[in-house]
Design a protein around this ligand. Sequence first.
Ligand SMILES: O=C(O)CCC(=O)C(=O)O
Ligand SMILES: [Fe+2]
Length: 523
Amino acid sequence: WHDETVKDHTHRKNYVVSEQSRLQLVEQDLELAANLNAYAEQLQKKISVLRRVAENWRRALDEAKGREEEYLSNPLHSFPLIRTLHEDWGPVERLMQQLVGQEQIAALELMREHLPGAEDVAEAMWGIFRIVHTHNLEPKDVAEGVLDGIQYRGRLSALDCQALGKFYFHVADYQTAIKWLTLSQDLMEEQPLEYYDELGATSSGITLLLSRCLVALDRFDEAKILLGGDKTFGDKAYHIVSHFQKHPPQQSINMENGNFTEKFNRLCSSMSRRKTDGSAAHSKPARLHCRYNATTTAFLRLAPLRMEELSLDPYIVLYHSVLSDEEMARLENMSTPLLHRARVFDSGIRKPKISPARTADEVQIPNPKLVAEDIQLVECIQKRITDLTGLMLTSMRRIQFLKYGFGGIYVPHHDFFSVHTPTSRLHGDRIATVIFYLNDVEHGGATAFPNLDLVVPTERGAVLFWHNMDGETYDLDYRTLHGACPVIVGTKMVMTRWIYEWDQMFVKSTYYPPRQKDYRQFN
Ligand SMILES: O=C(O)CCC(=O)C(=O)O
Ligand SMILES: [Fe+2]
């Protein structure tokens, strides 16, 4: 069974999103360290025996120095020497040949398949990349533990910076690659050079990559000076530079959706830090209205909900304290074991697929794997959505529970399909969206609407609701473009429920194209 789980990418461990997998990392790290220490101890034991033997042999000869003949005339000197030279070298040679720490090496091999793989590292690097890119952070600050103006305890090592430098090299961002690689070289002062030699990060290797970046940026002279200053390359600097010029690097990691708009990045940055007083505040426009909604349905007359209008056109509201702590805890507990990597609908292949545009784990609830009382809770929440929105939900479509890890995003998108999909044929388009925030993200993770200059920070228990289509004409409202800002620290849990056109047939009149208003200018 194990092989299958490894092959099935949707079920592999997610070290970025899952606390449980991350805790395993700590355990594995401890185990690796203990194993390595045991190995070093074995090695140390062998070294001290060999040293002792060598010392004993030398001591005899030191004593004899200059008076060898007299020394050897004493049988208590010559007998041991004869015996030693005949008998002892054999066992010593055997000891020298004996492999040390086979047990620990075997243990390491066994552990290896459970350690993070290349794709885990790639995912984590993308996470850092998105945080750095969205907030326009300086590699130096990041390496020193300053993320978006906040000093954290973590630090990056020379090896971490080298890995990030290579990553940026592969995405063809040579300017930033140079920053990471230079940092890596500076940080190498922290350990003896042999340490880096053994771990595959030589300073001259970095110099070579640095000069490659410089050449790619047409900074030939700097590249020559850099190479000339390294003994390894010396007088070959000129040839190396012209070789690099003839063979320019190819971008080998596709940025795909790594590039967000300036507007989105600015909104995310304006709202990435939680207010110190603990209250969350969305940015512009300032609070329009805050009141109790006691009218949408009969339920709300009994239990009015605090509602904040964030935008009137298009209509966007935020409800506070919709879910109780107990409900949120149960939602988290029932969903966490079922999470798998989120997919988005690819209009090219007309199927959902894993995409860097949306890096989160997800599960659809309710779900046959849940116990009856959990299903009941989800159904109760579906009813509450109708209370909040006045819109109908059918059991055909479900709520999506999403969990984002560091660097987790959802690039700006519209929730409506605008093209025909298997879902839209059955249910119509997504006329409205409801997002439940299930936790306060420590840093980052707001929902941003770049066309509306609106950004909504996560607020545990709150619910965001908006219409994706004009309420009367059903025109697609392109102004509702929105995305999830990268999570910087912590995880983010939300539930999204998209509300469909055909489900409203008994509460609203349904319109068909031709559409009347043109919102596409905001596309
Ligand atoms: O996580 C968020 O803030 C946004 C999620 C979203 O846009 C969606 O699920 O459609
Ligand atoms: Fe969305």
